[in-house]
Design a protein around this ligand. Structure first.
Ligand SMILES: *Cc1c(COP(=O)(O)O)cnc(C)c1O
Length: 338
């Protein structure tokens, strides 16, 4: 039995999720005729009290479509300097949208309103036109950190004053909402677009949904086709998303609890340096002698535990729905022996 803590993307569909997929009613979604895709898009939009949704193969695609629709070539996008849209999407902002990025160093992946306001370019023909701010919640490279909602509201203020659109990369937004006891409609009210991933903590094999106004999603639908993301009988995949929204949200609290337990065990070890505050399901910690991130990963692999070295000094562990309480206990025992 392998305990795979490298990412919450490693989950496999449960028998019940597979059953929902096998029995889905489907049609051609490029023609808008897949009932399961339509249902998922409506369901997600309704949860967030936003007008419309668009099902896409990946969170990279929902983010990239979102940015494309909000911007014009030559514009500037403000984001945190460890954000996924900036460091993990293959230079997509430049490639797909012809925009440049102003990446600001924030606090564990989170931006502050003052820094955003200082980063907005003045209206001056020498300067790129700032048109979009993109936030990430939870922040992946921030160790799964969550924004305080008040901070988001202040950033929204800055956007409103400067006529900027506000996008949310909510790949793990449900982790944040569960941890902070927030509601989806709070987010729907404040953001112009939200990307949510179904294939992270929610455990589907594939899929993300982009949310926005009807008009915005209509434009996004065109861009999805251009990007090659129009899928035909995608309802088999959407059915997994519907299942996940109905069954896999509340249980995220269990992943957070497991992450706390593992952190407790790590705290006692002298080969563990700084541990980033663990707010959700991601644990990022500094590895000290006698281990290096690589040698620690190799050592744990001997016990069937997979973790991810993410820098020359840090290892990441991510809990998810395929990590059981048994596996966590076993891991804690193993950590104790090292
Ligand atoms: C995983 C992830 C995405 C989307 O990734 P895909 O692999 O393209 O689905 C976007 N943002 C963040 C923060 C992520 O962790």
């Amino acid at each position: 039995m392998i305990t795979d803590l490298r990412s919450d993307t490693f989950t496999k569909p449960s028998p019940a999720m597979l059953e929902a997929m096998f029995t889905a009613s489907v049609g051609d979604d490029v023609f808008g005729e897949d009932p399961s895709v339509n249902k998922l898009e409506h369901m997600a939009a309704e949860m967030f009290k936003m007008e419309a949704g668009l099902f896409c193969p990946s969170g990279t695609m929902t983010n990239q479509i979102a940015i494309k629709v909000h911007t014009q070539p030559g514009d500037e996008v403000i984001c945190e300097n460890l954000s996924h849209v900036y460091i993990y999407e293959g230079g997509g902002i430049a490639f797909n949208s012809g925009c440049q990025v102003k990446a600001i160093k924030g606090d564990r992946g989170r931006l502050h309103a003052l820094a955003v306001s200082e980063a907005v370019n003045p209206s001056d023909i020498h300067k790129a036109r700032t048109s979009l701010v993109s936030l990430e919640n939870t922040a992946n490279r921030g160790g799964g950190s969550c924004y305080s909602f008040a901070d988001i509201q202040q950033i929204k203020e800055v956007c409103s004053q400067n006529n900027l659109k506000l996008h949310l990369d909510g790949a793990r937004l449900w982790n944040a909402m569960v941890a902070k006891k927030e509601t989806a409609s709070q987010y729907g009210e404040i953001f112009d677009s939200i990307s949510i991933c179904l294939s992270k903590g929610l455990g589907t094999p594939v899929g993300s949904v982009l949310l926005g106004t009807k008009d915005y999603i209509q434009k996004a639908r065109r861009v999805r086709k251009v990007f090659g993301g129009g899928m035909r009988q995608a309802g088999y995949l959407a059915a997994a998303g519907i299942y996940a929204l109905e069954n896999n949200i509340d249980r995220l609290a269990e992943d957070h609890f497991h992450a706390q337990q593992i952190t407790g065990a790590l705290t006692k070890k002298n080969w563990v340096g700084e541990i980033m505050p663990v707010e959700t399901n991601i644990i990022i910690f500094e590895v000290l002698a006698p281990f290096s991130p690589k040698s620690l990963a190799d050592k744990l692999a001997e016990f069937g535990i997979q973790v991810m070295p993410i820098s020359t000094t840090q290892v990441r562990m991510v809990t998810h729905l395929d990590i059981t309480t048994e596996m966590v206990k076993n891991l804690i025992n193993i950590i104790g022996t090292l």
